[in-house]
Design a protein around this ligand. Structure first.
Ligand code: 5GP
Length: 188
């Protein structure tokens, strides 16, 4: 998506270890106009799917997910990275965080992910695909169906995208980063 690619080149910054910092417009300060355009693009790309629920993971997936949910008039559920004391009946999985270099437990209440749900997962980044695999696990535990996965930014030099596409799930990324070598942002 042209507007996102241009914005990454203008405002994205490269950190050591293959991390792209997008906190000027995606995950700290947010640009709602760009966010809305990205949601419109997801709606277009998944128009062939009969989705009834948007799933994301806190925190950075929530903004794009809620805009997709708003446009499609569908509920948005975010997986929580801490078990709330008030939640008893839930699906739980482990996710390894690439940026934080540690594993954490992620949960979704059984009330909000149910057999028969047709789910679209939305997140900010696709790197090694660990968060995405955790979400696949939660959806399977619930007996729901995952119809697609949409990411704002995919880092093609990590293997998440390749692995997810092998499963046959429709995976859409709005900007694909080929390389961040020598702190130079190369976009496909
Ligand atoms: P994965 O689970 O695919 O390895 O990594 C995806 C998660 O890690 C995303 O939810 C995102 O929060 C974080 N992440 C991975 N790579 C980057 C990156 O280059 N920049 C930022 N800002 N977050 C990233």
């Amino acid at each position: 998506m042209k507007a996102l690619k241009e914005r990454i080149l203008k405002d994205g910054r490269c950190l050591a270890g293959g991390i792209l910092k997008v906190d000027k417009f995606i995950n700290h300060q947010m640009d709602p106009i760009l966010m809305k355009s990205m949601a419109v693009e997801f709606v277009r790309r998944f128009a062939n799917k009969k989705i009834n629920k948007i799933l994301t993971i806190e925190a950075s997936g929530i903004a794009p997910a809620i805009l997709v949910g708003y446009l499609l008039e569908l509920p948005v559920v975010f997986a929580k990275k801490r078990k709330p004391s008030t939640m008893n009946d839930m699906f739980v999985t482990e996710v390894f965080s690439f940026t934080k270099n540690k594993s954490y437990t992620v949960c979704v209440s059984k009330e909000f992910l149910q057999p028969g749900d047709k789910v679209l997962f939305i997140d900010d980044f696709l790197a090694n695909g660990n968060a995405a695999k955790g979400m696949i696990d939660l959806v399977q535990q619930a007996g729901a169906e995952l119809l697609g996965m949409g990411f704002l930014v995919e880092k093609a030099f990590q293997n998440g995208g390749e692995e997810l596409r092998k499963t046959g799930i429709q995976v859409e990324s709005l900007a694909i980063i080929e390389s961040l070598d020598n702190c130079e942002i190369k976009i496909r």
